[in-house]
Design a binder for this molecule. Structure first.
Ligand SMILES: *Cc1c(COP(=O)(O)O)cnc(C)c1O
Length: 234
């Protein structure tokens, strides 16, 4: 199977309600072009320079996702071209994104990364820290940053029950935050004020990679970041 077949197969499997981000970080320009020619438009990179260079070299209608750990001094490279930043894990990083996006000027979509893995090594915010950012005075002032959802990575393990538990926990938190946003569907007689400013939306839940995307979707993911299963060729 080639790249085009992989994409067709995965899209059939995940259904039309789930967005596939093809993670091209280990793939050649030729491979990305092949996916593009097959009609794919969402691609993910995890290095700021790679995203910048690829965005310059590839067609303009590609939506570039930054999926790695983003250092503040690298935000300037991706601000002009990035569609969505998945790994936001501090208010200071958001402040830098606001500043650099404002200089372009444009609005950059962001996902807060939650630490869901029971193992110690992964990046991300606790639920308390995420809520603190969303409720902060700074958040309400941002005009070039839009939070559109959450992202999380499960533990790298064969224990499917553990992976499921970790995804389930993130979905529960996502639902809780979504119910408190301006765009949540509240009954007419519910006059509680939303708890977050209008630039906080909860519509994207980015969880699932090649090894665990099926479990992630069963647990409520609507965006999967898939590298090896898309770009493998044999
Ligand atoms: C590399 C990477 C992926 C894709 O990994 P595969 O196992 O190749 O599907 C997804 N998300 C993040 C954050 C990554 O760094």
């Amino acid at each position: 199977m080639g790249i085009a077949e992989n994409i067709t197969q995965i899209k059939k499997e995940i259904g039309s309600d789930v967005t596939l981000v093809a993670v091209s970080k280990y793939s050649s320009d030729r491979a990305v072009h092949e996916a593009y020619d097959a009609g794919h438009r969402h691609f993910g990179e995890n290095k700021a320079r790679d995203l910048k260079d690829r965005a310059a070299a590839m067609p303009d209608d590609i939506k570039w996702h930054f999926i790695g750990h983003l250092q503040r001094n690298k935000v300037k490279y991706i601000a002009p071209a990035v569609h969505c930043i998945h790994g936001v894990d501090s208010l200071r990083l958001l402040e830098e994104i606001e500043k650099r996006a404002g200089k372009v000027p444009r609005t950059v979509k962001c996902l807060l990364q939650l630490h869901i893995a029971e193992e110690e090594t992964k990046f991300g915010l606790s639920e308390e820290e995420a809520e603190e950012i969303l409720r902060s005075d700074e958040m309400a002032e941002f005009s070039h940053v839009r939070i559109i959802g959450l992202m999380g990575m499960a533990t790298n393990t064969d224990d499917e029950e553990q992976i499921r538990r970790e995804f389930k926990r993130l979905k529960t938190f996502f639902d809780k935050i979504q119910a408190l946003t301006v765009t949540a569907e509240v009954p007419d007689d519910d006059d509680r004020a939303p708890s977050f400013p209008p630039n906080v939306e909860m519509r994207v839940l980015s969880m699932g990679m090649s090894a665990d995307y099926k479990v992630a979707i069963e647990e409520g993911s609507n965006m999967v970041r898939i590298g090896s299963a898309v770009f493998k060729e044999d």
